[in-house]
Design a protein around this ligand. Structure first.
Ligand SMILES: *Cc1c(COP(=O)(O)O)cnc(C)c1O
Length: 398
């Protein structure tokens, strides 16, 4: 049986029919079983932040694998301590909890918010509501999907966890209407990813911060996709100029190794007392070594600055192509190296994505009709030019 046949026979059909078999990766390129190469501007959904098979990352992970892979959170390990220190250093005074994925990071934020609300209100069940944004995406576990205001994600899982309300993204008035003293937190993505790359307006985030202060609620940012240099600063919210009380992280943080984390300000972290939360795998030395190597590569090569600069370069190219094909493309938008092109309704993003792949460019579908550009952060002009060329040619053929 081929790899694809085995997966269609033995894997749950949650991912549908998958298009091709990826056998290896190097830098901004991935290769299929026949050795055909593709320019990978999806980076495994914003995960391969320092490129595939990064030599410094490999060295660090190899060294840690030979030393100690896992020992649980019953004991201390140096990589965990170093990673916590490094994240606090980059984000601000506070504390860190390390888990294994984005959805888990958001579960930790939801639990922290509920504990915080209960402490403030002097008991459970009085201050627990969390306000999130329509078309946001926070993950697929039951808490995170309750925070995800999208019918297609929640469909089939009723009863949905109670205590969530949904405002309109970039519409501060719609959030204001939902605020009250029973609100424990507001949780939004500084740049909405899955729904088609919509950056928050700085004024919107500032208004949320003001509302949270007024109602003694926490301002929480889901930076799982937009963080770790992708938008031009370590956090997208740092670029947008608003600091939160808590942040969830995952995707690009481990450079491909599964890891998630939350950062909480001191006032918020103190509620996570012994016994309130835990994890077996989270923060194990191998995952932390991978994340440390990724963060080291980000800072030593100035990859956040590169993302800002290359993001501008990519944006100029995409806007030019959008103007050239107004009958096919509605618009291009984004921040840093998190970009999307929205297609006219008569085209399907899945169809365009397949045509681009045939021509050697990998992009990631988003929202109802967009494709995302999320290349590794060490991408250069040569690769961007090559990607734009394939994109333009495919638009001509469409
Ligand atoms: C991908 C994503 C998640 C979920 O992360 P997983 O690691 O898939 O659980 C949550 N929030 C945002 C913004 C994401 O992009």
């Amino acid at each position: 049986m081929t790899t694809r046949e085995k997966l269609s026979k033995y894997y749950v059909p949650a991912f549908g029919e998958r298009s091709f078999v990826v056998s290896r990766g190097k830098g901004c390129w991935i290769y299929d079983e026949e050795g055909r190469k593709y320019l990978d501007f999806g980076a495994g959904i914003a995960v391969a932040s320092i490129g595939h098979s990064n030599p410094n990352w490999i060295k660090a992970v190899e060294r840690q694998a030979r030393t100690l892979v896992h020992c649980s959170n019953l004991y201390c390990t140096k990589p965990q301590a170093d990673l916590a220190e490094s994240l606090v250093d980059k984000i601000g005074r506070g504390r860190v909890f390390i888990c294994n994925s984005g959805t888990e990071a958001n579960e930790a934020l939801i639990k922290a918010a509920r504990l915080y609300g209960a402490e403030l209100a002097g008991g459970e069940g009085k201050k627990y509501r969390i306000v999130t944004a329509v078309d946001g995406f926070h993950g697929r576990t039951l808490g995170a999907l309750a925070a995800t205001a999208q019918k297609k994600i929640q469909k089939g899982f009723k009863p949905i966890l109670k205590g969530f309300s949904y405002g309109k993204f970039n519409d501060a008035a719609s959030f204001e209407k939902l605020m009250g003293d029973d609100v424990a937190a507001v949780l939004v993505e500084p740049v909405q990813g899955e729904s088609g790359v919509t950056p928050a307006k700085p004024a919107f985030l500032r208004a949320l911060k003001k509302m949270c202060k007024k109602h003694k609620a926490l301002l929480l940012f889901d930076e799982v996709q937009c963080g770790f240099g992708r938008c031009g600063k370590f956090l997208a919210s740092q670029r947008l100029g608003v600091s939160p009380d808590g942040v969830s992280m995952a995707k690009g943080l481990g450079g491909g190794f599964p890891i998630g984390a939350v950062w909480l300000s001191e006032k918020c972290a103190s509620v996570m007392a012994p016994g309130t939360h835990g994890t077996t795998f989270g923060g194990n030395p191998l995952a932390c070594a991978a994340a440390l190597a990724t963060l080291d590569e980000l800072s030593s090569k100035n990859l956040a600055a590169n993302a800002a600069e290359m993001g501008e370069y990519l944006a100029i190219g995409l806007e030019r192509i959008a103007r050239k094909f107004p009958g096919k493309i509605k618009l291009a938008r984004g921040l840093g190296l998190m970009r999307a092109v929205l297609f006219q309704d008569k085209y399907s993003n899945a169809g365009v994505c397949a045509a681009l792949r045939e021509n050697g460019l990998i992009l990631i579908p988003a929202g109802s009709n967009a494709l995302r550009f999320l290349p590794p952060l060490n991408v250069g002009k040569t690769e961007i030019d090559a990607a734009l060329k394939i994109f333009e040619k495919t638009m001509e053929e469409l």
